[in-house]
Design a protein around this ligand. Structure first.
Ligand code: SF4
Ligand code: SF4
Length: 252
């Protein structure tokens, strides 16, 4: 089955979901203008900008919507108000459990844009679930380096000049050199059967290629999705896991 056919399904295996998301990227991204700096390297928060200068005007999302069009994997975290039937769920059998290990907002099978985006991208758009949009949408800021980069890829903003590019690359280098070991990021995540056979383990591979077991949980009591841990530091992952425990240990 190819990625377009799989897009019609609400539940996918991990292999099928990889086929769907890779297939959409393979069709969408070659149509865009070349990325001068790889978008994945650029921050999605304005406070972390290394390319965009502070005097650059912040674009209006209501006449854009290009991040909702081009970034095909929009995770809906367990606490989000997005309903299951608005998502594609990734299912995995682990020991005696069959659990949802991730879920993402559905994509339009024709142009792959987020199904919650209304209007014409680049002209006039709105999000039909704005008040309850997932966290990944909330943390993506207009005016961030990543925002400007995707707009450049669609030709809505001019390319960086040679001098802007070299200044940006220098600042990216400085940023990377300033990162300490505490900044090692989670590269990939695996949910597997825990050693006691009664729970599910969350194992991560870090960008320095080390591996780590970060949590074991009972799926009847806790819900975690793989995408919650991707691209964050081990410190942030532990804080996320700890926050959940504190909430669960409240007086009620
Ligand atoms: S965040 Fe940036 S890319 Fe996304 S809709 Fe707003 S202006 Fe466009
Ligand atoms: S949920 Fe809304 S904000 Fe998020 S990608 Fe879809 S249209 Fe954009």
């Amino acid at each position: 089955m190819d990625h377009r056919e799989l897009l019609g399904k609400e539940e996918l295996s991990e292999e099928e979901s990889a086929c769907v998301f890779n297939g959409m990227c393979d069709e969408l991204w070659p149509e865009l203008l070349p990325q001068q700096i790889h978008i994945g390297q650029l921050p999605a928060r304005t406070s972390s900008n290394v390319v965009t200068t502070t005097d650059t005007p912040v674009p209006e999302c209501s006449s854009c919507g290009l991040c909702c069009t081009a970034f095909v994997r929009i995770p809906a975290e367990p606490e989000s108000k997005v309903e299951d039937d608005e998502t594609i769920r990734v299912i995995k059998s682990i020991g005696e459990f069959e659990i949802v290990v991730d879920r993402f907002i559905k994509r339009d099978p024709n142009d792959f844009r987020c199904t919650k985006l209304e209007g014409e991208p680049g002209v006039a758009v709105s999000c039909s679930i704005y008040e309850r949009r997932p966290n990944s949408c909330r943390v993506f800021e207009a005016g961030s380096d990543r925002c400007h980069a995707i707009r450049r890829a669609y030709g809505l903003e001019p390319f960086l000049t040679t001098s802007e590019m070299s200044a940006a690359l220098e600042r990216l280098d400085e940023r990377d050199q300033m990162k300490g070991t505490g900044e090692t990021l989670v590269d990939s995540v695996r949910f597997a059967e825990a050693s006691d056979g009664q729970r599910v383990s969350i194992e991560v591979v870090l960008t320095d290629e080390s591996e780590m077991l970060i949590h074991e949980f009972d799926p009847a009591r806790e819900t975690w999705y793989k995408s919650q841990f991707e691209g964050i530091t081990v410190f942030e992952a532990k804080r996320l896991l700890g926050k959940h425990s504190e909430e669960k240990m409240g007086p009620c």
